[in-house]
Design a protein. Structure first.
Length: 146
């Protein structure tokens, strides 16, 4: 089974109906059909909530519950993830700690890459230890372009 670790930017693109929303929806559908295992850091729940709450608290609540109750695996920031995120942050001072935690979540979970929106992909590509792919690239990578 394919493992997919999602970055906040990809899920926000979906929730906000941005250009990549359809591609993210297709990936989420693959997870729902159990053809892929979708993974998120529990820190992503925090990030999605506060970003959406700045504009609409009710929408933030709805999306938080939707993510929390979804089939996506919620990976806590345990010791292994915390240590790996710290190592990544020490090597890549310009990358946010949240991005380091998401990358560490992918690495510790055995995911080959992180799914990131096009506009935020440079942050992950700077890390180097983990590949970053747009939702569309994930389908191309597995030979299924929508």
């Amino acid at each position: 089974m394919i493992k997919i670790t999602f970055d906040t930017s990809a899920l926000l693109a979906f929730f906000k109906g941005e250009e990549e929303a359809t591609d993210v929806k297709l990936l989420l559908d693959e997870c729902e059909r159990r053809r892929a295992e979708g993974i998120i850091s529990t820190l992503l729940l925090t990030e999605v909530y506060y970003i959406l709450a700045r504009v609409d608290i009710e929408r933030a609540e709805k999306r938080f519950i939707q993510l929390d109750e979804s089939i996506l695996v919620k990976r806590d920031v345990d010791r292994a993830v915390a240590k790996k995120a710290g190592e990544l942050k020490a090597k890549h001072a310009g990358v946010s700690i949240v991005d380091c935690v998401v990358a560490a979540t992918a690495l510790v979970s055995g995911t080959p890459y992180v799914v990131v929106s096009e506009k935020d992909i440079r942050h992950f590509r700077a890390i180097g230890e983990i590949e970053a792919k747009t939702p569309r690239e994930v389908f191309a990578y597995f030979g299924r372009i929508p």
